[in-house]
Write a protein that binds this ligand. Sequence first.
Ligand SMILES: NC(=O)c1ccc[n+]([C@@H]2O[C@H](COP(=O)([O-])OP(=O)(O)OC[C@H]3O[C@@H](n4cnc5c(N)ncnc54)[C@H](OP(=O)(O)O)[C@@H]3O)[C@@H](O)[C@H]2O)c1
Length: 435
Amino acid sequence: MEKMPVGIGLLGCGNVGSALVRLLDKGDIKKMLEIKAIAVNDLTKKRPDFVHLDLLSDDPQSVITRDDVQIVVELIGGIEPAKSLILKALNAGKSVISGNKELLANHGMELANAANKAGVDLLYEASVAGAIPLVRLLRESLAGEEIVRVLGIVNGTTNYILTQMTEFGIDFKNALGQAQNLGYAERDPEADIEGMDAASKASILASIAFGADVVFDDVFREGITGLETYDISYATKMGYVVKLLAIIEMVEGPRSSTESGGTRKLSVRVHPALVSADHPLASVRGPFNAIFIEGEAAGDLMLYGKGAGGAPTASAVLGDILDAAHNISFGASSRNLKRETVDFAPVNDITTRYYLALDVIDEPGVLAEVAKVFGMNKVSISSMEQVETNEGARLVFFTHVALEKNLQATKRDLGNLSVVKKVGSIIRILDGGQE
Ligand SMILES: NC(=O)c1ccc[n+]([C@@H]2O[C@H](COP(=O)([O-])OP(=O)(O)OC[C@H]3O[C@@H](n4cnc5c(N)ncnc54)[C@H](OP(=O)(O)O)[C@@H]3O)[C@@H](O)[C@H]2O)c1
């Protein structure tokens, strides 16, 4: 007897949803999976030719509750109504696929619990890095691996902007304008350039890689808006490339006078970083994404690809649908990830090397005054360069490994010196294995 195709209820038919409809209309896939209904917001909107208009509905609840729908695919985005719709589907015993990073970064635990309770799948490969099959890799291939650190370029917009600044010496504003003209950046680019999009993805990545309950607000975040063209060119001169990185790692907390050793805590953060030009992540250019995983036994792994776009994202969604359909036919569900409460390392506890730029008045004795502030705060300088500017002088420092708390105190004290006109960018430096 021929097997019936698994019924799909699609919520949303925009960039990703419509690309998915196209993928589902091909060859063997068509025999296995069948779209039964598609919920949209506006029934009068023009749709691509391959979207069958008789499947459209403006009532997402009715799509979920159809008896012939076994898998619900949420591609609406945002928190509500997506969250209520997903919970309703899970509670009704339907597997759910979603690419909604905002929702998963804020309510992932609640949704995972509902899926566990119902014994169905909640899969979200598309939510972190578009087409890159990352969630499956961490959940299955690396299930037994002790992950040491995950580094990600997970936002194509900022990577495009930084690439343009690096390769053509243009400033942030012009690079952003180019990204907008090419469709790599939204008209309102805040979520990308301020690191919010990357922080959502970092929280999902942290949950998967470290089995930790991490939400958006747990992620330390700095965007790229403060970076100057000269920061990028000094970095290049010193053999680095500036990247906006999502960094997830266990760090040793500082020892107090009464403790024999520090406690290990999870650090989840998004900020610009100087990446050595010979690190694999340095070669990730333009709107591409990459995730660099450091495993205890596996060593270093890197995944590279398109992190956004209708078709690449739909490809990741399709992989999840096939997984869920396979599980349905065998009465199983995917390995559920544990999510435990963890202690987070405040950013003040991390230790790394730093780049720091300072605009000062050009007078004798300034350097000694500035160097004293570094020393007072236990930050040791590894190299310094002085350049004349139209208004005075710029001092560019590279430090040895220092505690973030001490670096921030240095920044504060430098800002209070009368000889300092401006404390510019402070950029953390990523080193090979250990920052
Ligand atoms: N685009 C990407 O490159 C990308 C990459 C990774 C992840 N994602 C994620 O994938 C999801 C979808 O993104 P997208 O770019 O495809 O978004 P989109 O183009 O804005 O499409 C959203 C769809 O949801 C429908 N919709 C909105 N409110 C609705 C409601 N109340 N009931 C039913 N349908 C509703 C819209 O209907 P109308 O068509 O009638 O307006 C539209 O079809 C988001 O969670 C996004 O974060 C996207």
